[in-house]
Design a binder for this molecule. Structure first.
Ligand code: PMP
Length: 285
């Protein structure tokens, strides 16, 4: 696989990063994951816009323009022959040559930029989407700036492991009795014609897929209600689903062991997945 590191396209085993890199020492880096379908980028501009926001919030410099980011994404897709898969992009605050809590001067310490592809044939036609996933609830003990997409992913990773040990597929995070989001996705419940999902704030990541799905839901005459919900409310809901750039719309069929409806993917989730994939393929670049 060919990867990108600081201006160069290299074989993956030749791409080397300093041990002083602040993403390595302090998770001082931000990232994006963009899906590829039919060799094209899904919602590329959404991801570049959020990248800029994450960088701004951390007073980091965006080293590349939108068109430069696009050219790198496209070149990696082409070189690696990706038809369906993902592109991971990371920008760290660079490698100042020592360990220090104080941020280095960006003028002397340029960011480290890494991109690589993940080949995932069958990404859109996922068996999990036909079956639905099970989730358990765990406390949300992450930091207070979940709106910034940092590489600080230890707790989400622990959450997935807790789910796995419990025989479930994923975990929903609960704070003050209310669901914030999934370990790596935004969470929704469906009641009648209503799609309910937590409102945007610093408590959750502002999902790129969330924005698109809510727009398509409104266009399909669904009522979108942005408010938090409890695990109990989710267990009583008609349906539930999660969204992310790499899983699109994924139906949730059980919450803490309680089956939703008849325990199969709901109609709204299936329909939103179909609309999302159709529309985003059309708009892919
Ligand atoms: N919340 C969290 C915590 C996530 O990690 C992700 C995926 N990066 C999402 C939500 C979904 O965001 P997106 O739709 O932009 O992939």
């Amino acid at each position: 696989r060919t990867v990108y590191l600081n201006g160069e396209f290299l074989p993956e085993d030749e791409a080397k990063v300093s041990i002083f890199d602040r993403a390595f020492l302090m998770a001082d880096g931000v990232y994006e994951v963009t899906s590829v379908l039919g060799g094209k980028l899904i919602d590329f501009d959404g991801h570049v816009t959020r990248l800029q926001r994450s960088l701004d919030e951390l007073e980091m410099v965006n080293p590349l323009s939108r068109d430069e980011w696009l050219a790198i994404h496209r070149k990696l897709v082409e070189i690696n022959g990706i038809d369906e898969g993902m592109i991971y992009l990371q920008v760290s605050r660079g490698a100042p040559g020592d360990r220090d809590f104080v941020w280095p001067d960006p003028a002397t310490c340029p960011p480290t930029v890494v991109l690589f592809t993940q080949n995932k044939p069958g990404l859109a036609d996922s068996p999990a989407a036909k079956k639905g996933i099970s989730v358990i609830s765990i406390p949300d003990i992450r930091w207070g700036r979940r709106d910034i997409k940092t590489t600080q992913l230890l707790y989400p990773s622990m959450g997935k492991m807790l789910a796995k040990k419990a025989g479930a597929d994923d975990a929903w995070l609960v704070e003050d009795g209310l669901v914030t989001e999934g370990t790596s996705n935004n969470a929704y419940i469906v009641k009648g014609n209503q799609i309910i999902t937590r409102q945007l704030s610093n408590d959750i990541l502002h999902g790129i897929t969330r924005a698109a799905v809510l727009k398509f839901a409104r266009e399909a005459q669904m009522e979108v209600v942005e408010r938090p919900f409890t695990i109990e409310e989710a267990q009583q809901a008609d349906e539930a689903f999660v969204t992310s750039a790499s899983t699109f719309v994924m139906p949730v069929v059980s919450v803490d062991g309680a089956a939703l409806g008849d325990g199969t993917p709901g109609r709204v989730a299936a329909r939103m997945r179909e609309i999302y994939l159709d529309e985003m393929r059309k708009a892919a670049i």
